[in-house]
Ligand binder design. Sequence first.
Ligand code: GDP
Ligand code: MG
Length: 170
Amino acid sequence: MAKSAEVKLAVFGRAGVGKSALVVRFLTKRFIWEYDPTLESTYRHQANIDDDVVTMEILDTAGPEDLLQREGHMRWGEGFVIVYDITDRGSFDEVVPLKNFLDEIKKPKNVTLVLVGNKADLEHARQVSTEEGEKLATELACAFYECSACTGDGSIHEAFYELCREVRRR
Ligand code: GDP
Ligand code: MG
């Protein structure tokens, strides 16, 4: 039987990495400089992916998120975008703990995710190399993209589309 063409995606990552900016860029092709950091939003978006109409429900998580809330979001999601900021080493260090938390919530299932290094336009302030991002993605067995929500460079669409494909393959 064909799987339902609706996928639930949740976006995680330290506050300030650009989760909201990325989601808004993906949905509207625009960049919004300041986005309420406490605002948690869900969006519905339809796209044609490999000749299939897919409806995405996208949850843009926001702090302050308590553990119970986070757990709820993780249970809800079928696929996850984990975002870090290439100019913020600390946000990169939070990726593995997030993945471990997801594993715990989703076990015995494997977690479906993509890793995104955002703010690639800020090359002068870079703290995490592309190679480190690639290496981590290999360890987590997931796809990796560097991009900029600000300029729209990089594969923002591809990150979301690939995640949809991965979810639907399961
Ligand atoms: P969130 O807390 O993860 O949702 O992060 P926001 O989307 O609110 O973005 C946090 C800050 O980073 C804002 O001031 C954004 O303007 C900025 N920002 C987000 N993405 C980018 C980017 O790709 N490049 C640059 N230079 N700034 C960004
Ligand atoms: Mg936000």
